[in-house]
Design a protein around this ligand. Structure first.
Ligand SMILES: Cc1cc2nc3c(=O)[nH]c(=O)nc-3n(C[C@H](O)[C@H](O)[C@H](O)COP(=O)(O)OP(=O)(O)OC[C@H]3O[C@@H](n4cnc5c(N)ncnc54)[C@H](O)[C@@H]3O)c2cc1C
Ligand code: FES
Length: 338
């Protein structure tokens, strides 16, 4: 496959960007520590300055960059395809070097099972081992009309080439409509793994906080830590917040793990007090970040913390942990969902 050479200004680093690939994904495939978060044009973290060369923008309406920034020559690396050799200005971050090189691969949908009224776990099979670190995500390609969407793996890496994702159906969502309508045997392209909020081996107890669609990577982290001797003796807590009691499903997914009830614990909360009262729900009521703060308080600093969920939940959790509770940023790991 032919491609274009991308040089990083002021360094001797350059990499090949294959035709059809974006500058971000090509750079990560070359094991470079580029800055990014969502890979799909929403967060703005992958902004670079285009110093020389010609690019085409995959999704011109991507919300991650303003017109003003574009007028100043800035571009989203995740939305840029090189049409000529290019020079970009960006800062490489050693911590962002991918732990596993991302790859594109055709994948077949094997089937799905319901977790709640609007969440299902989808299983795909692809050639070669499913290599990733728990907490990472892959991009599912839905074609030029819809574009790619990011989904976090819920299972453990494996040699069988099995990729699982817990996905929440979004009303009027194009990608989830296509997925929930798909039947076994449907073919997709998977590209990954991506993401920096993956399981770290720090010597602390583990706290995973998920809201709504954010369950998938937190399940993977709990499952991975529970099956890895390096985490023996650590307490692992999964806190899951839904809107109503009908949204709660996390306990059933982890209650079979060895150590459940002692070292591995689950805590749930629902945010809709009226729905909770109507259902006679006797558990915690409140936003999950507030419930976590109430329960863990000053001990939050003793944990390695992972969280995932929609932007509102993510912002509130990050603010509570880092600004209010002063948990060191290197103990807090997240990829915001958009
Ligand atoms: C890192 C990450 C991990 C995620 N993990 C999960 C998960 O495990 N489970 C889960 O349920 N959800 C997850 N999400 C959310 C998921 O990616 C989708 O946003 C969600 O499923 C809604 O998609 P939709 O197509 O149904 O909705 P839509 O409303 O059609 O689209 C949703 C988003 O896609 C973007 N978009 C729209 N058009 C385009 C285009 N042409 N090209 C590229 N992007 C476009 C928009 O920013 C929009 O916010 C994750 C998101 C991110 C960023
Ligand atoms: S906008 Fe490119 S990584 Fe989020």
């Amino acid at each position: 496959m032919s491609g274009q050479r991308i040089e990083i200004a002021g360094t001797d680093v350059s990499f090949e960007c294959a035709d059809g690939d974006t500058i971000l994904r090509a750079g990560l495939r070359a094991s470079l520590g580029l800055s990014y978060e969502c890979s799909v044009g929403s967060c703005g973290t992958c902004r670079v300055e285009l110093v020389a060369g010609e690019i085409e923008t995959v999704w011109p309406a991507a919300p991650g960059i303003s017109e003003r920034d574009q007028a100043r020559g800035r571009r989203l690396a995740c939305q840029s395809r090189a049409l000529s050799p290019c020079t970009i200005k960006t800062r490489l971050v050693p911590d962002n070097v991918p732990p596993v090189r991302p790859e594109r691969r055709p994948a077949t949908l094997i089937g799905s099972r319901a977790l709640t009224h609007d969440m299902r776990e989808f299983t795909f099979r692809a050639e070669g081992p499913a290599s990733f670190v728990a907490g990472q995500y892959a991009l599912i390609e839905f074609g030029p009309e819809i574009g790619p969407r990011a989904y976090s793996m819920s299972n453990l890496p494996n040699e069988r080439g099995e990729w699982r994702f817990v996905i929440k159906r979004v009303p009027n969502g194009k990608g989830t409509a296509a997925l929930f309508a798909a039947t076994a045997g449907a073919r997709f392209e998977l590209d990954g793994p991506y993401g920096l909020a993956y399981l770290r081996t720090a010597p602390r107890d583990i706290l995973c906080v998920a809201g709504g669609s954010g369950l998938s990577p937190m399940l993977a982290i709990v499952r991975a830590a529970a099956s890895d001797a390096r985490f023996d003796g650590r307490r692992i807590t999964l806190c899951y917040g839904g809107r109503t009691p009908d949204d709660l499903c996390a306990e059933a997914e982890i209650s079979m793990l060895p150590g459940y009830g002692t070292l591995i614990r689950h805590l749930a909360a629902v945010s809709d007090a009226e729905a909770a009262a109507r259902a006679g729900y006797a558990g915690k009521v409140g936003f999950i970040h507030a419930v976590v703060e109430e329960i863990f308080g000053d001990t939050l600093n003793d944990h390695e913390i992972y969280f995932s969920g929609p932007p509102g939940m993510g912002d509130a959790t990050q603010k509570m942990l880092v600004l209010t509770r002063k948990v060191p940023v290197n103990q807090v790991h997240f990829d915001r969902f958009y």
